[in-house]
Design a protein around this ligand. Structure first.
Ligand code: 6CS
Length: 348
């Protein structure tokens, strides 16, 4: 905590966003993931595009996970204007923006990942009422990106809800995630990302849940016996900025940011697909972890238990949340049927 406060002080004293004296602006972009991750690929491409399109007037500095704090601390730095850009995963942001936990509801996403990507790119619900919910907490939502299907790892195979009885699963810290795993009979244990490997190694938890690329790069597979693919949830992350900082940008820079967002939507979809496929091979080659794909019947048992958690979401978020949930359900269904109408098309 002391280290984090010192870092905040450093950012304030060095004057985030100010010109270093030669007319250039510095934008700082903090990640919830390490070098080589999906978020890192996004930020590196963001940096290249912004620096090129601003003609060198803007320099982007990237802070990988571990340099500025936990996910919760990064969101705080954005809210108070100390930092310009950060990733904020719904799995951590739920205590601040309860409505975003819709993205943590199991079996809500389509099984067709192209359909999911289409919705995440241009959803009238995400960039409408959900973005308003961010704004009420002084966060401006710029993008919502896919990072791949979440997979369970454990020290026992997790094929049925019975296998989850008493299972200590590490989750991110949003309250609804705990409800989601309690519904399966598990004992969820929220922990910051950096503490997961040692908790697995020391057996203070029995398993965890993350996309494949993260399971590989954080070495979780080295200390787990089973890797289970339930396809119950896509890991998504939002890109946020400080609203006052954003409002202070001229119209041309705001338009440039929107163009960059659109270009990155396509780019990151391919990156996450490739990283997840390649790193599954790395896991296979470097370990004897048992990989289990759940059958449709096995998935259905979890699906049935997950549905009451949607009611909990509505209880936590009221009418606003209900509208967001219904809007997203309609959009995923429309995208699957090839009938999705994005925000841009509705506006034109
Ligand atoms: O499990 C977590 O906490 C983290 N997982 C990923 C893939 N990204 C960021 C998040 O904090």
């Amino acid at each position: 905590m002391r280290r984090w406060m010192l870092l905040c002080l450093f950012l304030v004293l060095t004057g985030c966003g100010d010109a270093p004296g030669d007319g250039t602006q510095q934008w700082r972009f903090a990640l919830e993931e390490i070098d080589g991750s999906v978020q890192d690929a996004y930020a590196q491409r963001f940096k290249a595009l912004v620096e090129e399109r601003s003609g060198g007037d803007i320099e982007v500095l990237i802070y990988p996970y571990g340099t500025l704090g936990t996910s919760a601390q990064l969101s705080e730095l954005i809210q108070n204007g100390t930092l310009e850009f950060a990733f904020a995963s719904p799995g951590h942001l739920g205590s601040v923006v309860p409505e975003v936990q819709v993205m943590n509801l199991h079996f809500l996403f389509s099984e067709d990942n192209e359909a999911n990507a289409e919705v995440l790119r241009d959803s009238p619900t995400i960039y409408g009422p959900l973005a308003d919910a961010y704004m009420r907490r002084n966060l401006k939502l710029l993008a919502m990106i896919p990072e791949g299907w979440m997979a369970w790892t454990g020290n026992r195979p997790l094929r049925t809800p019975e296998d989850f009885q008493g299972f200590r699963i590490r989750t991110m810290v949003s309250p609804l995630l705990l409800e989601a795993y309690r519904a399966y009979g598990a004992n969820p244990a929220p922990l910051p990302y950096a503490e997961v490997y040692s908790a697995l190694q020391l057996n203070t938890i029995d398993g965890q849940v993350n996309p494949i690329f993260a399971i590989e790069e954080m070495s979780f597979y080295e200390v787990q016996d089973y890797l289970v693919m339930p396809r119950h949830l896509q890991f998504v992350a939002s890109v946020v900025t400080n609203p006052q900082f954003y409002d202070g940008l001229d119209a041309e820079t705001q338009a440039m940011l929107q163009d960059v967002k659109e270009e990155l939507d396509d780019y990151i979809f391919q990156v996450q697909r490739d990283y997840n496929a390649e790193r599954l091979n790395v896991i296979r080659e470097n370990s004897d972890i048992e990989i289990i794909e759940l059958s449709e019947e096995e998935r259905e048992a979890f699906h049935a238990l997950s549905l009451p958690v949607r009611e909990r979401y509505v209880e936590m978020t009221g009418e606003q949340g209900e509208r967001i949930l219904e809007g997203l359900q309609e959009e995923f269904a429309a995208a699957e049927a090839g009938e999705f109408v994005g925000r841009e098309d509705r506006e034109n």
